[in-house]
Design a protein. Structure first.
Lengths: 243, 185
């Protein structure tokens, strides 16, 4: 044990001392009934005095003025938190990022997850949460500021779409040898699924016996995907795709 | 698909098989989820996060893949922590969790380390960053694979592998250095 700190650490696991108590069993029963025996809403504390309240309002207004103008990029390209209401403590679902955050969350309002759709023609807005994850709320652009969050910076959204596109293509064309004749149809399918129907596809390098498989190059500026030829050896694993 | 079929407004009939499976899931994974949540939030918030996590699990029960239940639950728990408490992770979470393991609560069937054995470990852990401690907790205590940790933390699998490797090396190095230098009380 002396030479292996991990074995020692493993033996000190705090999981061992956690037990399922009677209170936990009551909680289980409550969940199965469709509720919770433990309140998950913190009661608001009453304002002690006017001066304190005024101070808070002033601070909030000052903060709001700042965050209205503030835009931040997301640093988590894989997930987006979809909120059912314009509240940071309401019902939320975390879904994989597919394209942009709003498109990733929108299906939750149409598949019944968030009830019977958005009231009226309420838009969805993407904010950047404190830890760099995209968070989508029902409401206009002002919803981010009202929650103390920065709006998601548009360049980041474009980057995310690009990253998603590159990842998808890498997953398709990296491990497998797709004949170049089949490549345009595969790429078209990906572009269509991502709503990128205005992108074009071109053939770049000639095919030969030594390079029988298709490879892709994404040109974001020209919104173009070039099909090149590569050897039959699989490319780098998808996990190493860079954003 | 939800944990049960909605038969009337506000009423859910999930069926016995769902209930039994969820009950099993709850009892099996509650200790691990609660232990991990203790590292992410202050003690007063633990019950709320754990409760919310399993409520989500019940609502999304059919989304949970066999064999990756713990990772799924921890991912949900971390999201609840992040969204409700703005990641108020405690800086000394892992070392504090280890320190709180007192002998009477420790598994009596397992060999208990002598104090001199785990003093250097605690000191070595204290040298690690919060992120490194979190990775080690998820890897060593929760016994999760890098791919599962990547989903929970919202990182790439390759990034997790690299960071985990560094964290393990740092712990080993610090631990050996402290052992060679003698253990202070």
């Amino acid at each position: 044990v002396n030479g292996d700190p991990f074995e020692l650490l493993r033996r000190l696991s705090p999981i061992r001392r956690e037990r399922v108590t009677d209170e936990d069993e009551a909680q289980l029963a409550a969940i199965l009934r469709g509720g919770s025996s433990r309140s998950n809403v913190q009661p608001l504390r009453p304002r002690r005095n006017v001066a304190a309240a005024a101070l808070v309002v002033a601070a909030v207004l000052a903060t709001a003025a700042w965050v209205v103008l503030r835009r931040e990029e997301v640093t988590n390209p894989l997930q987006v938190a979809c909120h059912r209401t314009a509240s940071a403590v309401g019902d939320l679902h975390v879904v994989p990022m597919r394209g942009d955050p709003v498109s990733s969350c929108a299906p939750l309002w149409t598949d019944g997850t968030f009830g019977n759709g958005l009231p009226g023609r309420t838009p969805l807005s993407a904010c950047t949460s404190a830890d760099g994850t995209a968070a989508v709320f029902p409401g206009g652009a002002e919803v981010c500021a009202s929650l103390g969050l920065a709006q998601m910076a548009p360049p980041a959204a474009a980057d995310l779409v690009l990253h998603e596109l590159e990842t998808r293509l890498q997953l398709l064309f990296g491990p497998s040898c797709i004949p170049r004749a089949d490549a345009p149809k595969v790429i078209e399918s990906v572009l269509h699924e991502m709503g990128l129907d205005d992108w074009s596809i071109t053939l770049s390098a000639p095919l030969n016996d030594a390079r029988p498989c298709a490879a892709t190059e994404v040109d974001a500026r020209e919104r173009k995907i070039s099909i090149a030829a590569r050897t039959a050896q699989p490319l780098v694993p998808p996990a190493s795709v860079k954003p | 698909m939800d944990g049960g079929e909605r038969v009337e407004d506000g009423e859910v009939d999930a069926g016995a098989p769902h209930r039994d499976a969820f009950t099993s899931l709850y009892r099996q994974h509650l200790p691990a989820v609660r232990a991990q949540v203790r590292m992410w939030v202050s003690p007063d918030d633990v019950d709320e996060i754990v409760s919310s996590t399993f409520m989500t699990a019940w609502q999304k029960f059919d989304d949970i893949t066999n064999g990756s239940e713990r990772a799924w639950l921890l991912g949900v728990a971390r999201n609840h922590c992040r969204n409700r408490f703005r990641a108020r992770r405690r800086a000394d979470a892992l070392t504090d969790a280890v320190t709180r393991v007192t002998p009477p609560e420790f598994d009596p069937m397992a060999a208990r380390p002598e104090p001199d054995e785990f003093t250097p470990l605690l000191r070595a852990l204290a040298k690690l960053t919060d992120d490194e401690q979190e990775l080690l907790a998820l890897s060593v205590w929760q016994e999760l694979a890098p791919a599962e940790i990547a989903v929970i933390l919202g990182l790439r699998q390759g990034t997790v592998r690299v960071r985990l490797h560094r964290a393990r090396r740092r712990l080993e190095t610090e631990y050996q250095r402290l052992q060679q230098g003698g253990v202070e009380s």
